[in-house]
Design a protein around this ligand. Structure first.
Ligand SMILES: O=C(O)CCC(=O)C(=O)O
Length: 263
């Protein structure tokens, strides 16, 4: 499966401009490289303008869903659509949408873990649904959002449901870039799956975002990386046949003793 990741410099507090940016990027890059799947970063509609989300957030995807549906079917691509600030009733969530190449919305996930360091709980609601896997081109996959990466239980639950590829969409700051990298390596090794991330670049309220979107294979080896702190397109192909091979060589899933973990 061929991937293209948009390590995007999100324009803060300007959903329309970000939508145009994504459209132009897809027109320019997708037509050239013809990937199967593209990945966008976290909160690409509004950026981290948390105190303006009441005005900036989408309303149950009413703007974003038709935009992405059309992009997917027009270009024949699967879209791991990062995430957006999204109103559901009175509450605002950080929502990820996944579209297949026919333009069908196959999965929707609200970020479960909110970041105290950014005061997210003041502005956002945490998702209340269990994370599930979805399928694109017959491959079992999952998605988590940024701070979710610090909670190994979440990715483990996706791996136990059969995910072979897990995406991390993020706006992770440079100040904690080592955590960003090492946590992804750990999650790939312990779950023996591909970890594919899209981080943003650029700046918001004095915070620089790290870039360095990563593709790590199920053995914990780096396949490719985006550059630090600048907008970029990251391209790669992943070989799914190695997932089963690695899982049978080191059979951690059959060695688990769940009743001793309080599960
Ligand atoms: O956990 C971290 O250090 C960064 C998390 C974050 O920035 C986010 O979830 O948006």
């Amino acid at each position: 499966m061929k991937y293209m990741i948009y390590q995007m410099d999100v324009v803060v507090a300007n959903p329309k401009e970000n939508q145009i940016k994504i459209e132009k990027w897809v027109e320019a890059q997708v037509t050239k490289s013809k990937p199967d799947t593209i990945v966008l970063p976290e909160m690409w509609n509004a950026g981290y303008a948390l105190d303006q989300l009441e005005e900036l957030a989408d309303d149950n995807g009413e703007v974003t869903i038709p935009f992405l549906r059309n992009l997917a079917s027009k270009h024949d691509i699967n879209i791991i659509a990062g995430s957006i600030a999204n109103k559901k009733g009175k509450a605002i969530y950080n929502t990820s949408y996944i579209f297949n190449r026919s333009g069908e919305l196959v999965y929707e996930y609200d970020k479960v873990h909110l970041v105290p360091m950014l005061n997210e709980p003041k502005y956002l609601n945490g998702g209340e649904q269990k994370a599930k896997i979805f399928e694109l081109d017959g491959v079992k996959m999952g998605v988590i959002i940024c701070y979710d990466l610090r909670f190994p239980e979440l990715m483990r639950s996706l791996a136990l449901q059969g995910a072979e590829v897990i995406h991390v969409v993020a706006q992770w700051p440079t100040s904690r870039k080592e955590h960003w990298k090492y946590l992804q390596y750990a999650r790939a090794i312990e779950n023996q799956c591909y970890v594919i991330s899209a981080n943003s670049s650029g700046t918001c309220n004095g915070t620089n975002f790290a870039g360095e979107s990563l593709v790590i294979n199920p053995s914990g080896e780096l396949v490719t990386s985006g550059p630090p702190e600048k907008e970029a397109t990251v391209e790669t192909s992943i070989d799914l046949s190695i997932v089963e091979e690695i899982r049978s060589n080191i059979p951690v899933f059959t060695s688990r003793v769940p009743h001793l973990y309080g599960e």
